[in-house]
Design a protein around this ligand. Structure first.
Ligand SMILES: Nc1nc2c(c(=O)[nH]1)N[C@H]1C(S)=C(S)[C@@H](COP(=O)(O)O)O[C@H]1N2
Ligand SMILES: [Mo]
Length: 455
């Protein structure tokens, strides 16, 4: 059997069908266009609906997980206390619920997935965009009003995902060089992307399912490089993914998909170390591989005492102030805190930026402090740091978070219960909050006052 040589001159593409107003779209189509608008610019014999659908299927499964865990992070920040950013989101207000304080690894899991899976999907997103790039340059750009609407949704889809990936990655690299607030931009960008994603899935799902069936059983995957020919032309003249003048293959579909999968696997290997302790040396992409202390205090520091303006003498004359009870303020110096019943718990710190570390903490239960203050059943509690300014200097904790068994005002930290040390200055000496399943940012360091509120 002879197949057409890829170098053969291809027949001119058939005249596309135009919708209303036909004269407009046809007129546009007649304008002679320079490369890269010519379909002949795009020559890879690999492009086609099947290949695009393979990447599409991976994203269809993966991106909803990234979206949902991202929205959960917004809820975990406590929008009911005005401490989720952006604060006022109008119609896009998520159903408010109290973020649970158990299991303790909940936020570690959701946020680790959000950041980790988001990173792992980057090669797949890039491959998918590469596979459809001829459509970006299709001419005429639109053939009907319905298609115009679809293409506007693509703007939200492609613009949205690129914006979310770039801002997300810059944020975990501590790069705040954009002149806007990360959370606000990432949140609104997410909704633009979600809108584009939903419309795109609704429109394209049947096409994807049909295209994937053409690959059965493993048809396109089995081809070696020399056997690799373009997919049969699809029924979208003028907007087809299949090259009209394909070059000879330099890579099989199997090879391309393997390369993309390898890229994702590499990102995964370089990322797991930000949450899995024994693999921490592998976390080469993370800017957080440094040593931050000695002994039990040698672990990740988000913001150092120096950066927060906390001096080495912060312990001198320190007294924790508890407020809210009928008898007024209660003051406890560090010796008084240490003399109260101590509780030990193994809990993670899980930062919004994806990294997390588990440590053993010991200190006074928050609910014991609430009882001491005279508010045994608080509705919530405002914790304020000795740190003057800074967005992380205060937090409101929900009632269930104050009352949780393992919710602590920690005084000591360790790798295991036998090897404990006082908190270092960088980790929040004289005392810090540590609450199960709480986003890292709300585990306030250098706690000065706690206001327990009964409503
Ligand atoms: N007062 C205060 N508390 C704070 C912060 C801060 O900047 N100031 N950083 C928070 C953030 S973002 C995280 S992830 C954790 C990190 O705790 P660690 O530095 O002890 O690892 O502390 C939180 N507590
Ligand atoms: Mo954080």
């Amino acid at each position: 059997m002879t197949t057409a040589r890829p170098a053969d001159p291809a027949p001119p593409p058939p005249e596309p069908e135009y919708g209303f107003p036909q004269a407009l779209w046809r007129g546009l189509g007649r304008i002679p266009v320079p490369p890269p608008l010519s379909p002949r610019t795009w020559r890879s014999p690999l492009r086609g609906r099947w290949l695009t659908s393979v990447f599409g299927l991976v994203l269809l499964v993966g991106l909803p997980i990234v979206i949902i865990t991202g929205l959960l992070s917004y809820v975990a920040y406590g929008p009911q206390f005005g401490q989720a950013i952006p604060g006022d989101v109008g119609y896009l207000r998520l159903p408010p619920f109290d973020w649970p304080a158990s299991p303790s690894w909940l936020y570690r899991l959701t946020q680790g997935l959000h950041v980790g899976l988001g990173l792992v999907l980057v090669p797949v997103v890039l491959a998918k965009l590469w596979s459809v790039v001829p459509k970006l340059f299709a001419w005429p750009p639109v053939r009907s009003i319905a298609q115009l609407l679809e293409r506007i949704s693509l703007l939200a889809l492609v613009g949205g995902i690129l914006f979310e990936l770039v801002t997300g990655i810059m944020n975990i690299q501590y790069d705040y060089s954009f002149g806007f607030d990360f959370y606000t931009a990432h949140y609104w960008g997410a909704w633009v992307f979600i809108a584009g994603f939903v419309v795109h899935v609704l429109i394209k799902l049947p096409t994807m399912v049909r295209a994937l069936r053409t690959g059965a059983p493993g048809r396109w995957l089995h081809d070696s490089v020399s056997e690799t020919v373009p997919e049969p032309p699809d029924d979208e003249p003028g907007h087809t993914l299949v090259a009209t003048a394909p070059s000879p293959p330099t890579m099989s579909r199997r090879g391309l998909i393997g390369t993309v999968a390898g890229g994702s696997a590499l990102v995964a290997v370089l990322t797991v170390g930000t949450t899995v302790d024994p693999l921490r040396p592998l976390a080469l992409l993370s800017p957080r591989g440094r040593s931050y202390g000695t002994g039990p205090n040698d672990f990740q520091v988000n913001r150092t005492a120096f950066a927060a303006g906390i001096g080495p003498n912060v312990g001198d004359g320190y007294a924790l102030v508890l407020r809210g009870g009928p008898a007024g303020e209660v003051r406890l110096d560090r010796a008084a805190l240490a003399a109260l019943p101590q509780h030990t718990a193994t809990l993670p710190i899980a930062c919004v930026e994806g990294w997390s570390e588990t440590r053993v903490w010991s200190g006074v239960r928050l609910r014991d402090l609430a009882a001491l203050a005279g508010v045994p059943e608080p509705a919530n509690a405002l914790v304020q740091s000795l740190e003057r300014a800074g967005p992380f200097a205060r937090v409101t904790l929900q009632g269930n978070q104050v009352l949780a068994d393992d919710a602590l005002l920690a005084l000591r930290v360790g790798d295991d219960p036998e090897v404990m040390a006082d908190l270092s200055l960088d980790h929040g000496f004289p005392a810090r909050v540590i609450v199960p399943a709480l986003p890292g940012v709300h585990n306030t360091k250098w706690v000065g006052t706690i206001d327990f509120r009964s409503s």
